[in-house]
Design a protein around this ligand. Sequence first.
Ligand code: PLP
Length: 364
Amino acid sequence: MNRVYNFSAGPAMIPEEVLRQAQEEMLDWHGLGMSIMELGHRGPEFQAVLEQTEADLREVLAIPSNYHVLFVAGGASHQFSMVPLNLLSEHHKQADYLETGVWSHKAVVEAKRYGTINVAGQVITEADGIRRLPLQQELNLNPKAAYLHYTPNETVDGIEFHWVPQTGKVPLVADMTSSILSHPIQVSDYQLIYAGAQKNVGQAGITLVIVREDLVKEALAITPILYTYKAHVESKSCYNTPPTYAIYFSGLVLNWVKRQGGLKVIGERNHRKASKLYACIDQHRDFYVNKIAPDCRALMNVVFSLAREELTEEFLNQATQAGLANLRGHRAAGGCRASIYNAMPEEGVDCLVEFMKDFAQRNG
Ligand SMILES: Cc1ncc(COP(=O)(O)O)c(C=O)c1O
């Protein structure tokens, strides 16, 4: 078996020891003579897994007790609907959004179906073509907004807020799909956090929602029951059959995170990984191009293009042959992207850096 370094943006690389544990437990989970995926979701065994997974997430992220943790079937895109459907009310349908890339744009498009959306901030392109995020004082916030939604890390664009927008009394909602568990955060800075699992939490099919208790209220009347946070809270994520295997699998990943030493250790490692890659790009600035302002560069998704665009296919082909897979940029952005989530070992980044230096030397 030859596992490669997989730089996919998601579904993404999983720690090998987690895959092995899942493999070992596949046929006979904890001596029951059946797989975890064959267990009923209301039985005591699966309920214990669900409770432990929630407890581990609470521990890893230090989630305060006045927040609910929900495991919601579906992707982060479902939250593009659930957030406005649940946080707007019949008499108050204004919300603020920061539109800073492909994913927050999609969130805006969906929210506009339910309310009046004020785009309170966008990416700014400087005269030299460098792209940066708006500063706090450049945000055009509506103090009457029901909430402000933003995407701390734009997975496609490789641009990340390294600070938390201040909104006063307006609840802050964050789509952390590609940044969750990448470094420590202060959960109480936010009123609602959501994240699709398929990057740093586990497998596709489930989304984590961390929501402060007081935000769970009556949703807009048109909201299907399964799209209401209330139904998920009241049923403890079991209104219907939840994606049991995805929840179990998230639990394995969370245990791996704990064994690594938690988010502080993981965050430091992620900073080292990203710094090495950006340093390589900057040292070869005539060859590799990254147009994101240094203080807005993403930790998890390093985007770059080749100055001589015609070399891109050759770069990608040779990288694949060298065991460095899935470096092609998102179809909306083109170029290249190295997604270096928690499961990407530092050696994987070292190999990529060596390959990039060598490729630049051979083709420069
Ligand atoms: C920041 C962000 N938000 C939302 C999504 C959409 O997630 P899903 O495909 O799970 O709906 C993605 C997917 O990559 C993402 O990176």
